[in-house]
Ligand binder design. Structure first.
Ligand SMILES: Nc1ncnc2c1ncn2[C@@H]1O[C@H](COP(=O)(O)OP(=O)(O)OP(=O)(O)O)[C@@H](O)[C@H]1O
Ligand SMILES: [Mg+2]
Length: 357
């Protein structure tokens, strides 16, 4: 099992986005993945819509009367992907461990219970500080991915994190390597390229070739409660994280006991479709779906639209040259798109909206 921490004390540099979407991409490649939410903010847990009674705190703490084994808290998210959830209560572990001997190994001990399990990867989402939780995560890992958003401030803090990784390596004689991943890269900003070149120069092989670009679908999928692959698998964000997973897979040790059942997922088999976003401004609505010819008028979870501050959006991949009929379903009521003048009467005497691609 490869154990990988996603760490950087800088807040908002894409740790959770990377942890969730790399885990999902590896799972899509047939790897069995355990995502460990190790941040008391519990963004990965919330971002995957998981509510759990017990969480990683109950595995780590020796004081809680609700002590649990790792396998008791694990929740299945989707095929090949499990989650060890977190909760705000995890903040109390800092205090509990303050005077403990061997306190930096608590997560490693917890993970040893699943060392013989059939997980290929454990991915640990760290909090935005260099406290005892992050140190525990690094001590439990053999690899650290450091997401860096190319801005001056994110690059400045890197040295401290790398010092800590090296300290753990030397003092605790623990084999752990790190690799920098450029995230939230905005190709419209000139200085981003300059920082990218500096990082490549500084880190060379210790940096991923894959770059994660700015992509709004990554943000939207989080509020939608899923990975970007379940939200919009054709988006730039999905392609980037899929490519990162391929880069990770390339460095799997030969002979590692992986149950490789590669599903040739995205890029290779992408049909040449046009990406269209449908939108409905309706701040008061609780639940909005879009159904049409493109999804056989189904109103299941794949048809759900994302709420972006009262503007409901959904991106669709449609075949160019075709015309599609569609309607919105707002809190159970079917309506015609009020902003699309192109309509056609349907057999029920109502109007379907028309999309010509
Ligand atoms: N490539 C991207 N493009 C657009 N938005 C992104 C991208 N990566 C992350 N974001 C957004 O930036 C915000 C911060 O990302 P994220 O939560 O992954 O960072 P983090 O390092 O885990 O933050 P924290 O330090 O608070 O744990 C989120 O709103 C996320 O949706
Ligand atoms: Mg986070």
């Amino acid at each position: 099992m490869r154990i990988i921490s996603i760490a950087n004390q800088k807040g908002g540099c894409g740790k959770t986005t990377t942890a969730v979407n790399l885990a999902a991409a590896l799972a899509a490649n047939g790897r069995k993945v355990l995502l460990i939410d190790f941040d008391p903010q519990a963004h990965a847990t919330v971002g995957l819509n998981i509510e759990a009674k017990k969480n990683i705190y109950h595995c780590l703490s020796k004081l809680t009367p609700q002590k649990a084994a790792l396998e008791d808290i694990i929740v299945n998210v989707s095929i090949n992907l499990d989650l060890a959830p977190s909760n705000i209560i995890l903040t109390t572990i800092e205090q509990e461990l303050a005077n403990e001997i061997g306190r930096e190994n608590r997560l490693q001990e917890t993970l040893s219970a699943i060392s013989n399990s059939n997980y290929d990867y454990a991915i640990i989402d760290c909090p935005p500080n260099l406290g005892i939780l992050t140190v525990n995560a690094i001590c439990a890992s053999n690899e650290v991915i450091i997401p860096v958003e190319p801005s001056r401030f994110s690059v400045e803090g890197l040295g401290r994190l790398i010092d800590i990784i090296n300290l753990i390596k030397e003092r605790l004689e623990h084999r752990v390597d790190f690799k920098v991943l450029v995230t939230i890269f905005d190709s419209r900003l000139k200085y981003g390229f300059k920082i990218l070149a500096d990082l490549r120069n500084r880190f060379r092989e210790s940096m991923f070739s894959t770059i994660i670009h700015v992509n709004v679908k990554l943000k939207e999928s989080q509020s939608f409660g899923s990975s970007v692959f379940d939200f919009d698998k054709y988006s730039r964000g999905a392609k980037d994280y899929y490519s990162l997973s391929k880069e990770m897979i390339k460095t799997e040790a030969q002979g590692e006991p992986l149950k490789v059942k590669i599903q040739e997922l995205i890029e290779e088999h992408l049909p040449k479709l046009a990406e269209i976003t449908v939108k409905l401004n309706l701040p008061g609505a609780r639940e909005v779906y879009v159904a049409g010819d493109f999804n056989n008028w189904r109103t299941d979870k794949d048809a759900a639209m994302a709420d972006n501050h009262g503007s409901w959006i959904k991106s669709l991949r449609l075949e160019p040259g075709q015309q599609y009929r569609y309607r919105f379903i707002v809190d159970g009521k079917w309506i015609t798109d009020p902003e699309n003048p192109f309509q056609e009467k349907n057999p029920y005497g109502e109007f379907d909206s028309l999309l010509k691609i």
